[in-house]
Design a binder for this molecule. Structure first.
Ligand code: AMP
Ligand code: MG
Length: 408
């Protein structure tokens, strides 16, 4: 009889880090417009201040604030209108005492002006305006450099580029950005019982979930799919497919067959083609995980159970790569555990939970759903991690809840 010699989650992560090839941290420059969802490989420092000029935040009249200091509803101040600052143009005059100039929202403030009175607080007369309210110094003006300084970090290495970041970078004139290269993933699903999702599953057959699941999950993390296939439990075919995959992908995922049953060929195939780094990880779910290096590429033998395969892929591949690239994994939320429950001592338990809000308090309710992975996936909002040296968790303990997907 064979047994697993399990490696702790922490040690497994170190082994993964040591064996991922340098491609993981290689980078390139792409146009900002094509960078959505990519990960920045360097901090981005602002090359200029923002805003570049003193600008109006309202539609109104630029004035010298001392000229309107005594304005009231019954005794307005009268100012001569000497100009109209056009959008995108620099005013070619300096405002003197007793003068005002029209400025639209975003227009440049003329020299000499120290505030803007909103159009709502004035009456327009022939060549002048009546101002009915005093204003403070720099009121309704955003000053040059008020938002962003030169050299300020506006986006960090490891940040995923989203719409907000694209907007900020576009505004600062950063039209090209350094990003990490895409990682190419190959997926080989194995199992005599598997049929395509488009086929009928009869007589003991089941539909292949993992191929589509792993493809979509890898894409969510910004990885490219270099290759995917589904094969029967056959040692020779498996070996051929692994050899093909290591030539075209950076990371290879084998789904199913990683355990120690008679139809589990992952370990044997990897042993013949390369070097087994470990077989058996002290996590639940995901114990029958195998890691190997073949032709310089890291190969994951993932468990066949879809939920286990997903969590192992996330924890031991996606998150490790993100971490190596400087991404800070943040929990989705913190929540109070709803009920006492036991974990498995000696193994880090990844416990799926559903999140509920009751009496203004966020709760994480553990989902105990046999091996029914579909039901778990339907209901889980995330998962909590219970340390290998703990025996369980008491209700009302506040714990981080991790999302299945990377956050911002
Ligand atoms: P294995 O790791 O090959 O022993 O498979 C463990 C369990 O996961 C078995 O019940 C398999 O039928 C199931 N399984 C394996 N591969 C897949 C797959 N691609 N899609 C859905 N279920 C799978
Ligand atoms: Mg199998």
């Amino acid at each position: 009889m064979k047994f697993f010699k399990v490696t702790s989650l922490e040690n497994t992560i170190e082994i993964v880090k040591d064996n991922l090839n340098n491609k993981i941290i290689s980078s390139c420059i792409v146009p900002l417009r094509d960078s959505l969802g990519c990960m920045l490989s360097e901090d981005i420092l602002s090359p200029e201040v923002s805003p570049l000029y003193n600008r109006s935040t309202v539609d109104g009249y630029a004035v010298r604030v001392q000229d309107v200091g005594a304005s009231t509803q019954s005794i307005p101040s009268f100012l001569k209108v000497v100009g109209n600052v056009k959008m995108g143009e620099k005013p070619d005059f300096t405002l003197k005492s007793g003068e005002a100039a029209y400025v639209a929202t975003g227009a440049m403030i003329p020299e000499g002006a120290s505030g803007v009175v909103m159009v709502e607080h004035i009456d327009v007369l022939k060549d002048s305006i009546a101002v009915y309210t005093p204003i403070g110094n720099n009121e309704n003006i955003i000053l040059k450099g008020e938002e962003i300084q030169v050299g300020q970090v506006v986006a960090k290495k490891g940040d995923i580029i989203d719409t907000i970041k694209i907007s900020i970078l576009a505004g600062l004139g950063i039209a090209n950005v350094p990003i990490y290269n895409k990682i190419r993933i190959a997926i080989i699903s194995t199992g005599d019982e598997l049929v395509d999702p488009s086929e009928k599953a009869e007589n003991g057959k089941i539909r292949d979930i993992n191929t589509d699941m792993l493809i979509s999950f890898a894409k969510t993390y910004g990885f490219d799919i270099a290759y995917n296939t589904r094969i029967k439990d056959n040692l020779e075919t498996l070996k051929q497919e692994i050899e093909k995959a290591v030539d075209i992908a950076d990371v290879i995922l084998l789904s199913g067959g990683s355990s120690i049953g008679v139809r589990d060929f992952t370990n044997e195939a990897l042993e013949t083609l390369g070097e087994i780094l470990l077989h058996g990880v002290a996590i639940k779910p995901g114990k029958p995980t195998c890691l190997a290096k073949v032709k310089g590429k890291l190969v994951y033998g993932l468990p066949g159970n879809p939920f286990a395969a997903l969590l192992v892929f996330k924890e031991l591949c996606c998150d490790v790569i993100y971490n190596m690239r400087g991404y800070t994994l943040k929990p989705k939320t913190y929540a109070f555990v709803k009920t006492n429950f036991h974990s498995t001592p000696g193994r880090t338990t990844l416990q799926p939970v559903s999140i509920k809000v009751e009496d203004n308090k966020i709760y994480a309710e553990p989902l105990f759903l046999k091996s029914s992975h579909l039901a778990t996936m339907l209901k889980a909002d995330g998962y909590i991690k219970i340390n290998a040296n703990s025996e369980g968790v008491y209700s009302d303990t506040l714990l981080p809840v991790y999302d299945f997907y990377p956050g911002r």
